[in-house]
Unconditional design. Structure first.
Length: 404
């Protein structure tokens, strides 16, 4: 049973929790870093050098409420955070600057809103923060080189504007990275679906083409002897019925396997049907013999079990080649050779002395599908008319470590 891997620890923290942690860090900053020294331009003091903890507590309650609202009402939460930051740092007073540390929670919220919410919401949040900072800079240009001051020194409030811009850019980068990852994931899923559909199409082609070839040959034989040998015609019709039923059963099994993925978890799942392999050659030769084509199968070396994909590919190569002999070669026999003498590969050859399948070597969808199937298994495949008549198909499938 597949299990979804757990998220990394940092991704388990909600945006509201990150904002609350940022607020706590901004509150602790003057005491831990500045030491609450008087005579210094520290914030969160009542202008007398000491901190008004009652006022800070009230602002903290407002900031925590904003953190709780961040997921549902991001713009309302941002307004509350800006209000709490300005109020607790006395930045509403004329001439008091707003340092970057006081806006730490606001910058974190702006980054998270830009990264996770629609572009319209993120732009509104950025405009709100930048507008407040520009308004504050217009009120306090004389305190250390504000934005509207003609000096060359970047003031404290200017630094807050730069940090807010960096937070917005970081959020935008996170958003673009997530969208890119989602696009790549969608493309990978689409490619996987396409590959699976191609695999199913090949399997259906191999199954149906073989059966249709047998049906066509048996129908022709029945038409020729229906007046002179009714018993032979009856046998041919019986083989046609059996081939049709077998093909329909195979298609139903394949469609049933495809629908299993759509079943609810916990529902009873039908075990997948066994894929054909070289062990089914006797059944294949019996079906073609009843259709008037004798298949001479020769084994070289010791038979050994193979991995399912190797075993299936070997059987499909023989099945498609024999089907082509039935449909195109106009001959009564063909030879199949399976060489298992090498430990690291299995070699397959199918030859006939008919008129050949096509003037172009390797033409036809069936042979193209076989060539692709063998290439996926890193094997070798050749199909071409023989110089003195007939057709020759050969394949080598690597089986190093492939026994089961």
């Amino acid at each position: 049973m597949s299990m979804t891997p757990a998220l990394p620890l940092l991704k388990r923290v909600s945006p509201g929790a990150w904002t609350a942690l940022a607020w706590c860090a901004s509150v602790a900053y003057p005491s831990v870093v500045l030491g609450g020294r008087t005579g210094q331009p520290s914030y969160m003091s009542g202008g007398t050098g000491h901190r008004d903890w009652a006022f800070i507590s009230l602002a903290t309650v407002m900031a925590f409420a904003a953190s709780a609202l961040l997921r549902r009402r991001p713009l309302v939460a941002l307004v509350l955070l800006i209000t709490a930051s300005i109020a607790v740092s006395n930045a509403w007073r004329s001439g008091v600057q707003l340092p970057p540390a006081a806006l730490l929670a606001v910058d974190v919220a702006l980054c998270l809103i830009t990264a996770t919410y629609p572009r319209r919401t993120s732009r509104a949040a950025a405009a709100m923060v930048v507008g407040v900072l520009f308004a504050h800079l217009a009120m306090a240009p004389q305190m250390g080189g504000g934005l509207f001051h003609t000096g060359t020194t970047i003031g404290v409030s200017d630094g807050s504007l730069l940090v807010a811009l960096i937070a917005w850019l970081a959020g935008r980068s996170m958003r673009q990275s997530r969208e890119h990852a989602q696009t790549l994931g969608a493309q990978t899923a689409a490619q996987a679906v396409t590959a699976e559909r191609l695999r199913i199409a090949r399997e259906m082609h191999d199954t149906v083409a073989h059966s249709i070839g047998i049906v066509a040959l048996q129908a022709g034989a029945a038409r020729r002897v229906i007046d002179s040998r009714p018993d032979r015609a009856r046998d041919a019709l019986t083989e046609i019925e059996a081939a049709g039923r077998e093909t329909l059963a195979g298609l139903r099994r394949m469609l049933g396997a495809m629908r299993q993925a759509d079943q609810d978890a916990g529902a009873e799942v039908t075990p997948p049907h066994r894929l054909p392999g070289l062990a089914d050659l006797d059944r294949l030769t019996a079906a073609t013999a009843s259709a008037g084509l004798r298949v001479d199968v020769r084994w070289h070396g010791e038979r050994r079990p193979l991995l399912p994909e190797i075993d299936l590919a070997a059987f499909r190569i023989i099945q498609e080649s024999v089907t082509n002999v039935v449909r195109h070669a106009d001959t009564r026999s063909c030879q199949v050779s399976i060489d298992c003498r090498k430990e690291d590969e299995v070699a397959i050859e199918i030859t006939d002395r008919g008129r050949g399948h096509s003037s172009t070597p390797g033409s036809g969808y069936g042979l193209a599908g076989l060539r692709e199937r063998v290439a996926l298994l890193h094997g070798e495949f050749h199909a071409a008319p023989r110089p003195h008549g007939g057709f020759h198909v050969s394949a080598r499938l690597p089986v190093a470590g492939g026994t089961r």
